[in-house]
Structures are given as C-alpha cells and as structure tokens.
Design a binder for this molecule. Structure first.
Ligand code: PEP
Ligand code: MN
Length: 273
C-alpha cells in the first residue's frame, strides 16, 4: 500500500460502487440494524438522499454489556435484504472471525473492522483471506503508523480491497465524542495509494457538526464519507444522539456533490435500480 511501490490510487469495488480514484462515495445508514421495517425505511432514506452504500451493524461493540448488542446474523440478513430492495451494496462490522460465515452466507459486500478491533491481528488475518473488501477504521488511540501496519496485515494475508476510515481519535477534548484528525488526509495521501474515507458521525457525535466536517473532509482530500442516519433518531437502539434525520442526510449529500466539484472530483453516480 506504499506509494513508493504504486503511484496510482487504488480503486476498491464494493458491490459495483467504487471507492478511491476520482470519485467521492457516501456510506449511510443506521448504527445498528434494529428490525425489518426500520432498516427498509433507512435504506429508502439513504437511497433517496443519494448515498451509495448502506450501513448497519448486526454485531455491535457496545461499551456497556447491558446495551443492545445487535441482532447478529439475523441483522445481516435484514441488512442485505434492505440493500437489495433499493439496489445498494451493504457494509457491516465484523467483530470476531467466528462471525465470518454469517457475513459470507449473506453476501455482505464489505466487512467493516471497527476502531476497537483495528489491532485484532487474528481477526485481520482471518478476514483477509475471505475475498471481500474491508473497511479498516482507525483505532481509538492508534497512530497513523499503527493504522497503516494493520492495513499491511490485511494486504499481507491476501486482502485486495482495503479502504481506510478515519473516525476520530481520543484526545483530552471532551466536548465532542472524539477528535477528528483531518491531518491524515493530506499526509497519508503521500504515503499510501489506498482510498481513505472519513466517518464524522463517530468522530463528533453531534449531528450539527457532521455536515461541516463532511465538507471539510472532502476539501482535505477524503474519497468519501460514512455517516449514521435514522428515520427517528430518538427511537434508535444505538447512537441515536448522533444520527442524522432524513432531511439532514439529503442536505449533506447535496453539499458533498458541490464540494466534490469544487475540488475537481466527481460524485460517484448512484447505482440505478
Ligand atoms: C460503528 O461504525 O457503528 C462503530 C462502532 O464505529 P467505531 O468502530 O468507529 O467506533
Ligand atoms: Mn455507531
């Protein structure tokens, strides 16, 4: 993944949607899959807003063991069905190698490695061999070097499609959930040819901050953004406080198109159904 060995950007294909290269790509959806109706509703919202890939967690890494842990394999089934209903590929977080058959059975288009598992090398090795694209989130306190080494694990063990995702790091600041480190965009561009996207939802944790941080991310060179949205954030079973409302998601994506043009990039054409 070192630019010294390959100068052209890698384009990663996620179920027909490109990440990297000239285009700007948007991942949107709820934090977790909560049930059939609500994920179908969220898929419609993401699709109408112009997003490319539908997100939704089946296996959730929650800080408290008493918080909603996700619907597991059933969540993956519902996510895939919702994605199919609107013609969108899907991404979901894998926390353990034992979950891999469930992801493959339901043909989840992209495996998300969450911040808490960035250095779970056993997991990285296991999923690298699975032949699916992987989105590797930056660890809560990971240096850029550690993050790239984790990506190197994936590449060394056979992964062909790797997308990096900056999601904020832990600092002394407590006003926001994490601190978004936009430095990685211009800096890592010099070091790696892999696509890099930004998740401002988990970085900021506050809906009003997500649209401006998305614009800033694209301006600084991100290949896309990943954001959480929910039809009724107050009812969400995880991360409702940071979920965008449908209208807010549409506004963010309209701005992303403008921002993409302003920096000489194109907005990836959403898959037609
Ligand atoms: C998520 O995407 O819902 C998530 C848990 O993200 P992170 O691993 O960045 O905390
Ligand atoms: Mn979340």
């Amino acid at each position: 993944m070192d630019r010294a060995f390959r100068d052209t950007p890698t384009v990663v294909d996620v179920g027909g949607v490109p990440f990297g290269g000239r285009g700007i790509t948007v991942i949107a959806g709820p934090c977790s899959v909560e049930g059939k109706e609500v994920i179908l509703e969220a898929a419609g919202i993401a699709k109408r807003a112009g997003a490319h890939v539908l997100r939704g967690g089946g296996f959730k890494p929650r800080t408290s063991p008493y918080a909603f842990q996700g619907l597991g394999k059933e969540g993956l089934r519902l996510l895939k069905a919702a994605g199919d209903s609107v013609g969108m590929p899907v991404i979901s977080e894998i926390m353990d190698a034992a979950q891999l058959p469930a992801f493959l059975d339901h043909d989840i288009d992209c495996l998300q490695v969450g911040a808490r598992n960035m250095q779970n090398f056993t997991l990285l090795k296991a999923i690298a061999r699975a032949g699916k694209p992987v989105m590797l989130k930056r660890g809560l306190s990971a240096t850029i070097e550690e993050w790239l080494q984790a990506a190197e694990y994936l590449a060394a063990f056979g992964s062909e499609g790797i997308i990096l995702c900056e999601r904020g790091i832990r600092t002394f600041e407590t006003a926001t959930r994490n601190t978004l480190d936009l430095t990685v965009l211009p800096l890592m561009r010099q070091w790696t040819h892999l696509p890099i996207i930004v998740d401002p939802s988990h970085a900021a944790g506050i809906p009003a901050l997500i649209p401006p941080l998305s614009r800033a991310s694209i301006a600084a060179g991100a290949d896309g953004v990943a954001v959480e949205c929910h039809p009724r954030p107050k009812e969400a079973r995880s991360d409702g406080a940071q979920a965008l409302l449908p209208g807010e998601l549409s506004g963010l994506i309209a701005d992303a198109r403008i921002m993409a043009a302003a920096v000489g990039r194109s907005f990836v054409a959403p898959v037609r159904v």
